[in-house]
Design a protein around this ligand. Sequence first.
Ligand SMILES: [Zn+2]
Ligand SMILES: [Zn+2]
Length: 439
Amino acid sequence: MPRLATALLGACCAVLPALAVAQAPQRPEVARAAAALQDKVVAWRRDIHQHPELSNRETRTGAKVADHLRALGLEPRTGIAHTGVTAVLKGGRPGPRIALRADMDALPVTEQTGLPFASKVTDTYRGQTTGVMHACGHDAHTAILMGVAEALVGMRDELPGEILFVFQPAEEGAPEGEEGGAGLMLKEGVFADFRPEAVFGLHVFSTLNADRLGVRAGPTMAASDRFELKVIGRQTHGSRPWGGVDPIVAAAQIVNQSQAIVSRQMDISRQPVVVSFGAIEGGIRYNIIPDSVEMVGTIRTFDEDMRADVFRRLNHVAEHVAAANGATVQARIPADEGNPVTYNDPALTARMRPSLEAVAGPDKVVDMPLIMGAEDFSLYAREVPGLFFFVGATPVGADPAGAPSNHSPQFDVDESALDLGLRAMLQLALDYLEGGNAG
Ligand SMILES: [Zn+2]
Ligand SMILES: [Zn+2]
């Protein structure tokens, strides 16, 4: 064993300096463009932050993006998937086709950052009046991609290939009864006329400091599926349960038995699985056993086979546990289409990681853990090889573990992340288009 350890150590030491030498530098044109655009990107982001719009309602944001693309001399297509905007930039030389995507929507959250450009906007969500806030940082994504578009237009003549800019609404999910997001963008043909060979996206993230980029090959963010169960019994007096069928006891057993799917049946050494119930509703009075109980919840998985397997098993548990209680169940598992796992193409990830290291520095590119949250970028990356990476949002020096997370009313993006995000996306695009890092 000691000899093996020595041998491995020797191998490491021999390899490390070689890797360090192979480190590609940041492109000078990336540094130049980022420096020239920095103030604009900050101003755009502050403006978008101050005027957030809920999913499928991004009319002002979409118009701002379209105006900007038009001013750059591009011909944007607008109104895709309600408020989405796309534009194609053709370079002066032949080359590959890529797509760069940003999302534009905000959340029903009342902002508590105290920033001078904090949102005071309110809107109606699920019948309730609520504050609206860019609590997920999509304001940063939109501003960064506007900057990337301007930088690439400035390099147009020397640029090999074509770039599709995708500004997408409703990443957080369309309002009830509406369609939206990446699924609807694809349905309305964003990749129909322009089939990219690769798609890139980024997300600002509170768990990283703002001088870091995060990346992961393969499954990266979870598939997210909603389910609905209605357990139907027969109403009776609370003192005489034998006079009816108790759906509350049946529902409780379904909740418990569902956890055994995760802990006893799924091979969680392959990938983790989560089944969570988010709401249970049934009954009205302490001494009436109600007719039915309704439950909703979420399933998170990282593998398509395991995803389908959890659906099967949860349906099985619901049906048979209800039956064992003399009850029946109406199950919608999944209740709708859900988001598939966000999968970073391993070859593309390996190829582009040096581009991220070039802008952040090799020790500043972090291997991301699996993220249980979901992202509809997954739908583009199911069509063509994709790479979705993360940009730190928490100020350097602050502990990311204690920073308000995405979706928190105190969530904030350190403005240096705008510069790092822009340089990362720009370097990635140029390296890919020029065939850099290949082989
Ligand atoms: Zn979000
Ligand atoms: Zn988001």
